[in-house]
Structure formats: structure tokens, C-alpha cells
Ligand binder design. Structure first.
Ligand code: GLU
Ligand code: MG
Length: 450
């Protein structure tokens, strides 16, 4: 980043100051998602924002090794206290927050002091310019604001009016806030688990989808506070119940053509669309370390919970890790996509998309083909039938997925050695922390992680 680029950032930020101030904005929150998936921030008064846009906000590098509970996982070299990254707010994605009055928000890319790319910045990692459209599906549960443990704040049935009516003012305010923030919502409904809701938004570029995921979750939490609700996005809030997923929808495009439909590849995908999906399937064990990055994640990733814990794909199969969603035939040219279901919201969405794109690109490069789709809940198949179909469970622990990750050359090359070392160290530290813990204790320790 040279001085001209800094000056251009300053000018673009200056152009926003007046309208933000007129709208009552006092400060801008600049965020990044760390290697544990925690959203971290610094704020700046709005008048100071152009300076921040040009020169960034200092942030200690030590947070590259922060565990979810803020413990710093030391490397034994004594290097951790040294170094400061600059959070560079993305001036093109400044949003006035509708649920946090007087605040605006901007996602940041992290740079080094000298203006070069930061080796562990996850947001820039996946800005590849490839035309992939993505969206995260967000599930959460509501508890009373003063909850220590989880107890559903609203009763009533899954998808039921009984639950919705108890929260319809909350849901309306959420839709209004997201609309004011230019987030295009597709659907909002009460989900299966007790006190659970789900929202889906339209697909956009990978960086845009990850930014939107961060913004939507922050908005859900803030609207909840106004209504006396405490929000949990944890993969497992109640050990006996269904969890919160963080499914990722993707479609690959060439120009205006959706490669996930209208072709003569598997299930009507084009051969390139099929190869992209086959690449994801081939790297799925390693991707699980990024998309299910905590010990708590594996409490959710169990059979017959719609979490997609078998490494297979299927057409509209909610128990396959990779679910092809062709959409109604007349709509498939624009709507067909794949949903990778196994992931949860402890994942850093930028890192996860970087991994998915690297895996998909690898599939494209090797013209990978998909095996036959699975048309039943794989948990119902015998061991012989699973073996014959080449279907296996995904890793059942963070230990196993981390092993797959550090041995996956495509992902480790895409992420670079510094990031791989930090992720592996954080995974190892969390495994040690919970080595003796019962599922209830693991769920409780992670409940309010976001
Ligand atoms: N709650 C489920 C999960 O843990 C997903 C339900 C659905 O298919 O939307 O992923
Ligand atoms: Mg759902």
C-alpha cells in the first residue's frame, strides 16, 4: 500500500464523514475475525475515520494466537508480544448500524506496519476475483438476557406460529434493521430446536458474503439486547438438542452462466460445476477443521441432526455434508447451488470461504468427478453399504480434522505457514483445555462465545 493508495482511502472516507455525522453517527466500529472465529474490534470517532482509513488502527499480532476464551497460545519462542498489525477499514463497506444507535461499522483487512499484506489476514486471503456467489445461513437461539445457561426465551413449535407470535416484534425489528443496512434477506423463521430462529440472505461475492455474515450476526445480537434476549450462535447449546449450523451456499459462474445447472455433468451441473463440488468433497475432512474449529463443534456434528456429518453429496439430502439444491426447474439457471452443511458459526467465515475456494479450484484443475449421489440418510446404511458407496463419517473430533488439515497440501499452501501454525496451535490448545471435559461442560464454556 503506497502513499497514493492511502490518500485515496482518506479521501473516500472523508466523503462519508458528513453524511454519517448528519445521521447521528458518533463513531465507527472496525472489525476483523480472528483465528478462533471471534469478532474483534477497535472504534474511532467519526471525524477521525479518514485517518484510520489511510493509516489503519493498531492491533496486536498476538491475537493471531488467541483462543476463544482470550488465552494466548504461546509458541515457546517469546515472540508473541512483538508486532502490531494495522486494521485497515474497507471504506467501500461502511454501514450505519440500525440496532446500535450512533455507530457505523466497517470490516477490516489487516496489513503490516510497512503497508504490505499481513500473512494471517483472512479477509484478503480469499479475494480471488473468481465469480463464485456465496451466502451463509445463520441459526441462533434466544435465551433471557440475564441467562447464565441456556433456557429458551420463547416457547412454541418449530416453524410454528406459537413461537413466532411470541417474538414477532423482535423479528420485525430485525428485518427493518437489516433492510436499513442494505442486507437483502430471503427468509426468516422459527427453526427446529427450542428457542431457535434462522435467517437466509441473498448470495454475493465471497468477501461480501463473509462481511454480511458478520454484520447480520452483530445485528441479531444487538436487536436481541433491545428485546431482553441473549443470543447464542454456538453449535450446541443443549447437549440433547439439535444445534446451530452455519451452512454455506455456493454457486460458480462463468459470466452470466450458473455452472451448477443446465449442463451434462452430475445431476445437471456443468462438468466444471461438478468438478468444483468434487474438489470440495475431496478436501472436506481438512475443511472441517476450519468450518468446525472448536471442540464444541463435534457435539453438533452427529448423525441424523441435519448437520451433514457424512462425507458425501446428495440431491436435496439434508444429511449429506454437500447438498445440491437445484431449485424449481425454471429457476435453476440462477438459483441452483450447493449447500455445504457440516459447518458451524464458530468458523471464521473468511477463512472458511478461502478454504472452500481453494478446494473447488483444485477440483477444477484436476477435472475431478463426483461419485454417485446418496439418496438416503447415510446413518441408515449398513457399514457394508457405506463402504460400497465410498461414504464415511466426517472427522468426529477436532483432533482428527486438524490432522487432515495440516496434511492437506492444497489448503496449507493456500493459507501459508504462519496461519497454519497459528490454527494448529489454537486447535491443540483447545483440545488440551477440554481433554477431560464432559459434553455439558464443553457446551457451557462455549455458549456465549460470540
Ligand atoms: N440446525 C441444523 C444444523 O445444526 C440445520 C437445520 C437445517 O437444515 O436448516 O446444521
Ligand atoms: Mg436451518
Amino acid at each position: 500500500m503506497d502513499i497514493a493508495e492511502r490518500e485515496s482511502r482518506r479521501l473516500r472516507a472523508e466523503a462519508l464523514v458528513e453524511s454519517l455525522t448528519a445521521a447521528g453517527v458518533a463513531g465507527v466500529i472496525t472489525t476483523f475475525v480472528d483465528n478462533s472465529g471471534i469478532l474483534r474490534l477497535k472504534t474511532t470517532p467519526v471525524r477521525q475515520f479518514p485517518e484510520a482509513a489511510a493509516w489503519g488502527l493498531g492491533f496486536p499480532d498476538v491475537f493471531d494466537r488467541a483462543r476463544f476464551d482470550d488465552t494466548i497460545v504461546v509458541s515457546g519462542t517469546g515472540a508473541e508480544p512483538i508486532g502490531d498489525a494495522r486494521l485497515m477499514p474497507d471504506v467501500s463497506r461502511v454501514v450505519r448500524l440500525a440496532a446500535q444507535q450512533g455507530w457505523a461499522w466497517a470490516p477490516a483487512d489487516r496489513y503490516r506496519q510497512d503497508g504490505t499484506a499481513h500473512p494471517q489476514d483472512s479477509r484478503e486471503l480469499q479475494a480471488s476475483g473468481r465469480t463464485v456467489k456465496c451466502a451463509f445461513e445463520i441459526e441462533w437461539v434466544l435465551s433471557p438476557i440475564d441467562s447464565a445457561g441456556f433456557s429458551p426465551a420463547v416457547a412454541g413449535a418449530a416453524y410454528g406460529m406459537s413461537r413466532f407470535a411470541a417474538a414477532s416484534d423482535y423479528c420485525r425489528e430485525l428485518l427493518e434493521a437489516l433492510h436499513a443496512q442494505e442486507v437483502v434477506v430471503e427468509q426468516l423463521h422459527p427453526e427446529y430446536a427450542a428457542g431457535q430462529f434462522e435467517i437466509s440472505v441473498v448470495a454475493e461475492s465471497p468477501v461480501g458474503a463473509a462481511d454480511t455474515g458478520v454484520l447480520v450476526r452483530s445485528t441479531i445480537r444487538a436487536i436481541g439486547v433491545r428485546h431482553g434476549f441473549r443470543t447464542s450462535f454456538s453449535p450446541k447449546v443443549d447437549v440433547g438438542g439439535v444445534g446451530n449450523g452455519g451452512h454455506c451456499h455456493l454457486s460458480v459462474w462463468r459470466g452470466h452462466t450458473n455452472l451448477m445447472a443446465g449442463g451434462d455433468g452430475a445431476a445437471g451441473m456443468t462438468p466444471d460445476g461438478e468438478s468444483f463440488v468434487a474438489g470440495i468433497l475431496a478436501h472436506l475432512d481438512a475443511l472441517v477443521a476450519i468450518g468446525c474449529p472448536s471442540v464444541a463443534s463435534y457435539l453438533r456434528l452427529v448423525p441424523s441432526n441435519w448437520s451433514g456429518d457424512y462425507a458425501c453429496w446428495g440431491i436435496e439430502n439434508r444429511e449429506a455434508a454437500v447438498r445440491l439444491v437445484p431449485g424449481p426447474p425454471e429457476s435453476s439457471a440462477w438459483a441452483a447451488n450447493v449447500e455445504v452443511k457440516c459447518f458451524d458459526q464458530f468458523a471464521n467465515p473468511y477463512l472458511l470461504l478461502a478454504g472452500l475456494l481453494a478446494a473447488g479450484r483444485d477440483g477444477l484443475a484436476s477435472h475431478a468427478r463426483l461419485p454417485a449421489p446418496v439418496g438416503v440418510d447415510p446413518a441408515w446404511l449398513s457399514a457394508e453399504a457405506l463402504a460400497a458407496a465410498g461414504v464415511r463419517r466426517l472427522p468426529t473430533s477436532l483432533h482428527d480434522s486438524n490432522e487432515a488439515f495440516v496434511n492437506d497440501h492444497v489448503l496449507t499452501e493456500a493459507f501459508g505457514p504462519e496461519l497454519v501454525a497459528s490454527l494448529a496451535a489454537i486447535h491443540a490448545s483447545e483440545l488440551e483445555m477440554f481433554a477431560e471435559a464432559a459434553p455439558e461442560a464443553i457446551a457451557a464454556a462455549n455458549l456465549w462465545r460470540y
